[in-house]
Design a protein around this ligand. Structure first.
Ligand code: BES
Ligand code: MN
Ligand code: ZN
Length: 511
């Protein structure tokens, strides 16, 4: 779907439908819609469809103009719920529902008027960004593996942005941002929903290469032999259990002049299928474990967005990618691994493989880049789902300020993060008789224990946060801008963190 400005006076606007947002139980319509009702849309006041319309969240009314009205024959009203419970999610989801309705009705060229945002408790550029994101992301479907296209519906061709004057910079930029981040989210979703026989580590490497080509990123793909010779004994132990070639993918965006800046480093868990390994999982819903590379997918998605917008900051992505399988060479419970950091790990469960691959990536990032900050993102623990459910991800780390900026950026964009503590006494659970640490404790505080394990690999002076997206990477129900399946959760937050990254380029060290 193309997004196109249409600059003209209201009388000259043309589209197949115009979308307006409405608050529930409001005394009067929002200002922009009210003016439309008083002018060009005066035919609407008698419209029967309006009588039943209550403007509950995502409720819609499609109103058809009398036949003389040729320029804009339909008005689609979509509910935002009550004004006092408004948050940006409501607008994003309302836009998603309106655009899906357009797809259903074969409306080829719908439009949103910039005046439609007047009176919302959100700045217009933010409102435009949310509604465009919702419009595009809500239409997204992964159809690549379907050969019978019986349900093929065509998405609208062009979404017009109606305005009476040229958009100012923040409005023009909002379009750019929304297109960039929705591109990133759709890439992450497509990769995550892809089965493990498609989205292999090699496929992720190829995807990263294509991004590098498109946006002039640097790229390096480390294979298993090189990882072994570099001393990444933890990553290698997991990778050896699979016949599918494993890779550590390193992608770098360093626009001219930033090459020597301390980079922001994103690390994404890239387990393309998690069988549990020798500590084999039960067969129930095992197919869901194709999603265990959602962290790596969000990092690639964030890079798509960063490249597309041409961010002027240095950002590095590190993606340890492998399957976790029970092959003859698979690592086994009781094995002791030597990690890149030099610390040794006693494997208790081969199903706690995420932390085992991430610890080498984290230690490598710290040693190689002197990063401004490290953010890792991973479908790490089932315990995180028990703690926070499917709509909230966990944020853990060693730096309060960085954790707060993740929480805030996520909140602003409808990706919710909530903190869990990482006090050092939690490490008790990981004490080992034979090595520096075990890879799992008992069942208590599982999401925290995953974090405390990773913390052992972060030098004190490096600001670091760990994002556990085990609950949020996937959804079984359609909801607004997030159709069922892979969500692409984390892409927008990573992208936003990179955009808001303080000019000082470092977060204060708290501990
Ligand atoms: N990939 C899983 C975690 C997961 C579970 C992600 C459900 C998405 C949905 C991870 O590798 C895992 O198996 N974790 C174990 C850890 C345990 C062995 C300490 C878990 O959560 O059971
Ligand atoms: Mn596992
Ligand atoms: Zn896993």
């Amino acid at each position: 779907m193309l997004i196109e400005w249409q600059i003209a006076s209201v009388e000259d606007w043309h589209a197949d439908a115009i979308i307006f947002f409405v608050f529930e139980k409001a005394d009067a319509p929002l200002a922009g819609f009210r003016r439309y009702l008083e002018g060009k849309g005066s035919w609407l006041s008698g419209s029967a469809a309006l009588k039943d319309f209550q403007a509950k969240p995502n409720e819609m009314a499609v109103c058809y103009a009398p036949s003389e009205e040729k320029a804009i024959p339909r008005v689609i009203l979509v509910g935002l719920g009550p004004a006092d419970r408004f948050e940006s999610d409501k607008l994003k989801n309302a836009a998603a529902h309106a655009l899906r309705k357009c797809r259903e009705l074969n409306v080829a060229r719908p439009a949103i008027a910039m005046t439609a945002f007047e009176g919302l408790p959100l700045e217009s550029p933010a409102a435009l960004r949310e509604s465009l994101f919702g419009a595009v992301a809500g239409l997204h479907k992964f159809n690549e593996l379907k050969t019978r296209n019986s349900e093929a519906e065509s998405a609208p061709e062009t979404l017009f942005l109606l305005s009476e004057s040229e958009p100012d910079n923040p409005m023009a930029e909002a379009v750019n941002i929304a297109e960039s981040e929705s591109g990133g989210v759709m890439l992450a979703r497509d990769l995550t929903v892809s089965p493990s026989n498609r989205a292999t580590p090699a496929f992720l490497a190829e995807t990263a290469r294509q991004l590098a080509q498109k946006y002039s990123f640097k790229i390096e793909v480390i294979d298993l032999d090189s990882a072994v010779s570099m001393g990444m004994g933890a990553f290698a132990a997991v990778a050896r259990g699979s016949r599918e070639p494993a890779f550590i993918i390193i992608i770098e965006h360093a626009p001219p002049g930033t090459e020597n800046d301390p980079p922001l480093v994103f690390i994404g868990k890239g387990i393309t299928f998690d069988s549990g390994g020798i500590s084999l999982k039960s067969p129930d819903k095992l197919d869901a474990m194709k999603q265990d590379m959602a962290g790596a997918a969000s990092v690639l998605g964030a890079f798509e967005a960063i490249g597309r917008i041409g961010l002027k900051r240095r950002v590095v992505g590190i993606l340890p990618c492998t399957e976790n399988m029970p092959d003859g060479k698979a690592y086994k419970p009781g094995d002791v691994l030597k990690s890149f950091s030099g610390q040794t790990i006693e494997v208790i469960s081969t199903d706690a493989e995420g932390r085992v691959v991430l610890c080498d990536a984290i230690a490598y990032a710290a040693a190689k880049y002197s990063p401004a900050a490290i953010i890792d993102i991973a479908t790490l623990t089932g315990a995180c789902i028990i703690a926070l459910g499917n709509q909230v991800a966990a944020v853990l780390g060693n730096n309060e300020e960085l954790m707060d900026s993740v929480k805030q950026a996520g909140w602003d964009l409808g990706e919710k993060f909530w903190p869990l503590p990482l006090w050092d006494f939690y490490f008790e659970a990981l004490k080992s008789e034979v090595a520096d640490m075990k890879n799992v404790g008992d069942r208590s505080a599982g999401a925290i224990i995953g974090g405390i394990f990773l913390k052992q690999f972060v030098p004190r002076e490096v600001a670091w946060v760990h994002l556990d997206i085990a609950g949020t990477a996937w959804t079984d129900k359609d909801s607004g801008a997030t159709p069922r399946g892979a969500t692409g959760f984390g892409v927008r937050t990573l992208f936003e963190i990179a955009r808001r990254w303080p000019e000082s380029q470092a977060w204060g060290i708290i501990e």
